[in-house]
Design a protein around this ligand. Structure first.
Ligand code: UT7
Length: 326
């Protein structure tokens, strides 16, 4: 009998400081950088984002989201046998944010804990790895978290990027079982596009060498994103033997409402079946999909038994998708 992993609980956490477009525009204007609520809403669908306080790290956001997911799943932290954190803004160069989270959750059972780094596709990558480990029999109860403090790597003199991103964390608990569960997944990367979206700096000899702030060619990323998101959705649906018309909810990476509209159009899905949280969250990179999933579950939109298509795209270039029966 095939072994499946099933999402049995979700959680999400946004740091309390909500920054509206108008507030951000006023802060940027004081630095001589011009933007407006009108431009940001029209081009991205973003109205606000949340920024973490300076002393708050990705593992702190991850802990809050993880505790919620564990509670929803009715699982004790000590019963986890796998912890994966998807992040591009880890607490430290090493050890992993997952081991820091493991400690914060009080897990002392020695279960494996590691980070996955695939930028905005990070959660899709991490969930696929966790699912494979559950299917292989090496995990029975896994915590998968996407957590980011992207505000730390934004260049607030660059209006083309600093208005887009926010901080947050989302989490799911996976359990092994005989019934689906995660039905299929599809992952890709193309390193020829490393320079399109990157933070090129690195630590060397006690100093940061190169630029430690986010750089993005937004238009090039946009064009690549809409193409690969359509392809990966079809690949996952084909593997699962499920038609696009049978998808109850699309939970896409929350980067730009126009990319989501384009993906929905290409899949012939009405926007009523697309979970959209970019307006209030901004782009939270690896946290965006689990945050959106948790939002829709808690709002009573996503229901048990429904088919949910998750898809992400981001730096690397990386992209992928999963089809999940809730
Ligand atoms: O999470 C990983 C995946 N990332 C993404 O998916 C991001 C993909 N890219 C995008 O979402 C869009 O390309 C952006 C939102 C980044 C930009 O939207 P766009 O419609 O492609 O705008 P643009 O880059 O073509 O810029 C249009 C104009 C430019 O002015 P000119 O040259 O036409 O005079 C920009 O300088 O808008 C200007 N502009 C701004 N104006 C006010 C760029 N950023 C801003 C801003 N406020 N914040």
């Amino acid at each position: 009998m095939r072994r499946y992993s099933r999402i049995v609980g979700t959680g999400g956490y946004l740091p309390p400081r909500r920054v509206s477009n108008n507030e951000l525009a006023a802060e940027l204007a004081a630095r001589g950088v011009q933007t407006s609520d009108e431009w940001i809403v029209e081009r991205t669908g973003i109205h606000a984002r949340h920024f973490a306080a300076p002393e708050v790290a990705s593992s702190d956001l991850a802990e809050q989201a993880a505790r919620q997911a564990l509670e929803a799943a009715g699982v004790a932290a000590q019963d986890l046998d796998l912890v994966i954190v998807a992040t591009s803004t880890p607490d430290m160069v090493f050890p992993s944010t997952a081991t820091i989270l493991q400690h914060k959750l009080g897990i002392t059972n020695g279960c494996p804990a590691f980070d996955v780094q695939a930028v905005c596709s990070g959660f899709v990558y991490a969930l696929t790895v966790a699912d494979a480990m559950v299917q292989a029999g090496s995990a029975r109860c896994a915590l998968v978290v996407g957590a980011e403090v992207f505000s730390r790597i934004l260049d607030f003199s660059d209006r083309t990027t600093c208005v887009l991103f926010g901080d947050g964390a989302g989490a799911v608990v996976l359990r092994a079982g005989d019934t689906p569960g995660i039905l299929a997944s599809d992952l890709h990367a193309d390193g020829r596009h490393v320079g399109l979206l990157c933070v090129p700096g690195h630590v060397s000899g006690g100093a940061i060498l190169g630029d430690p702030l986010l750089k993005m060619d937004g238009q090039a990323v946009f064009k690549l994103a809409v193409g690969v998101l359509e392809k990966t959705a079809h690949a996952t649906l084909e593997k699962a033997g499920v038609a696009a018309s049978e998808v109850d909810w699309l939970v896409p990476h929350q980067a730009n409402i126009r990319i989501m509209q384009s993906t929905a159009r290409r899949l012939h899905l009405p926007m009523e079946r697309v979970v959209v949280t970019v307006g209030e969250h901004g782009n939270t990179s690896a946290a965006s999909i689990p945050l959106a999933l948790d939002h829709a579950v808690r709002a009573g939109q996503i229901l048990p038994g429904q088919n949910v298509l998750l898809e992400g795209v981001g730096g690397g270039f990386t992209w992928g998708s999963l089809l999940v029966k809730m």
